[in-house]
Design a protein around this ligand. Structure first.
Ligand SMILES: NC(=O)c1ccc[n+]([C@@H]2O[C@H](COP(=O)([O-])OP(=O)(O)OC[C@H]3O[C@@H](n4cnc5c(N)ncnc54)[C@H](OP(=O)(O)O)[C@@H]3O)[C@@H](O)[C@H]2O)c1
Length: 257
C-alpha cells in the first residue's frame, strides 16, 4: 500500500511553522486601522507578512501603520462605495488573505428602528464585505483565504436586535456559499462574542458596563474577549490550509449558556 505524505509547512521541513505561512504574504485588512483588524495586523507583521490597511480616516490609518513599521501600508476606502473599493483593490497587486472588519450600523428592536436603521447592518456589514470580496477576487492567491466577520449574536441573540442577528447569520451562510464558489481559495467566518476593545470603548459608559456585566453572566469563561484573542482566531483561519466553509466562534462559551 502506498503512503501519501502531506507536508503543509511553509518551508517544507515538516516542522510546525504556523508563522511561516504568513512570511512574505500580503494580508489586506479593511478596518485594520483599529480594533480587531489592527491586532491581526500586528500578528501578521510579527510573522513576517505585509499588511495593507483600509479605512475611511487617513489619520487613524497613518497612526496604525506607524505602530506597525515597514510591513504596513494603507489606503483610504469606504466599503459602502463600490467605486472606492474598486480603486482600493486597483492599487494592490496580489491578495493572499482578506479580512474586513469595516462596518457602521444601528442595532435595536424591530418595533423601534426606522427602516433605514434596520437595514444598516445588511447595507454596511453584509454588502460591504460581499463587495470587498467580489472586487478582491481577481487578485486572490489560489492558496490564499478570506475571513468574513460575523458575530455570535447569529447563534444566540443578545438584547433586541433581530435585523443584526439575521445579518450575522446571513454572513455565515455567505461564507459557506463563497467557499464553494471560490475554491481552492479558502473562505471562513469568525463569529466573536463581546470584545473589550475599541468598538465598545466608543459606546456610552453605562451601556458598555451593562453589556459587559451581562456577558460575564452569560458566558462560560465569565468575561468578554480581548481583541487579540479574536485576532488569534483570524490568523488560525488564514493559516490552516484544510479549513474552508467553517464558522469559528471565539465567544468564551456564550452560545452554550
Ligand atoms: N467588538 C465586538 O465586541 C464585536 C463582537 C462581534 C462582532 N464584531 C464585529 O466586528 C466589526 C468591528 O470591528 P472592531 O470590533 O475591531 O471595531 P472597530 O475598532 O470600530 O473597527 C472598525 C473599523 O472599520 C472602519 N470602518 C467603519 N466603517 C467603514 C467603512 N464603511 N469603510 C471602511 N472602513 C470602515 C473604522 O475606521 P473608520 O471609521 O476610520 O473608517 C474602524 O477602523 C463589526 O463588523 C462588528 O459587528 C465586533
Amino acid at each position: 500500500m502506498s503512503q501519501v505524505r502531506v507536508d503543509s509547512t511553509a518551508d517544507g521541513s515538516g516542522a510546525p511553522n504556523e508563522a511561516g505561512e504568513l512570511r512574505g504574504r500580503t494580508v489586506v485588512l479593511i478596518g485594520g486601522g483599529s480594533g480587531i483588524g489592527l491586532r491581526v495586523a500586528h500578528r501578521v507583521v510579527a510573522a513576517g507578512g505585509r499588511v495593507v490597511l483600509g479605512g475611511r480616516t487617513a489619520a487613524r490609518l497613518t497612526a496604525a501603520a506607524a505602530e506597525l513599521g515597514d510591513g504596513a501600508r494603507w489606503q483610504t476606502v469606504d466599503t459602502g462605495d463600490t467605486a472606492s473599493l474598486a480603486a482600493f483593490f486597483d492599487g494592490i497587486e496580489r491578495v493572499d488573505h482578506l479580512f474586513t472588519t469595516a462596518a457602521s450600523y444601528q442595532v435595536g428592536p424591530m418595533r423601534e428602528l426606522s427602516a433605514a436603521d434596520a437595514a444598516s447592518p445588511f447595507e454596511s456589514k453584509f454588502w460591504g464585505q460581499y463587495h470587498a470580496i467580489r472586487l478582491a477576487a481577481p487578485k486572490l492567491a489560489a492558496d490564499g483565504s478570506v475571513v468574513l466577520m460575523s458575530g455570535a449574536a447569529s447563534a444566540r441573540p443578545a438584547g433586541l436586535a433581530p435585523a443584526y442577528v439575521a445579518c450575522n447569520a446571513a454572513i455565515e451562510g455567505l461564507g459557506r456559499g463563497l467557499a464553494v464558489e471560490l475554491a481552492p481559495v479558502r473562505v471562513n467566518v469568525v463569529s466573536p462574542g463581546t470584545v473589550d476593545g475599541h468598538l465598545w470603548s466608543n459606546r456610552p459608559d453605562l451601556a458598555r458596563a451593562a453589556a459587559f456585566d451581562q456577558y460575564r453572566r452569560d458566558t462560560l469563561l465569565g468575561r468578554p474577549a480581548t481583541e487579540d484573542e479574536i485576532a488569534h482566531s483570524v490568523v488560525y483561519l488564514f493559516t490552516n490550509t484544510f479549513t474552508t466553509g467553517s464558522t469559528l466562534y471565539p465567544d468564551g462559551g456564550y452560545t452554550l449558556r
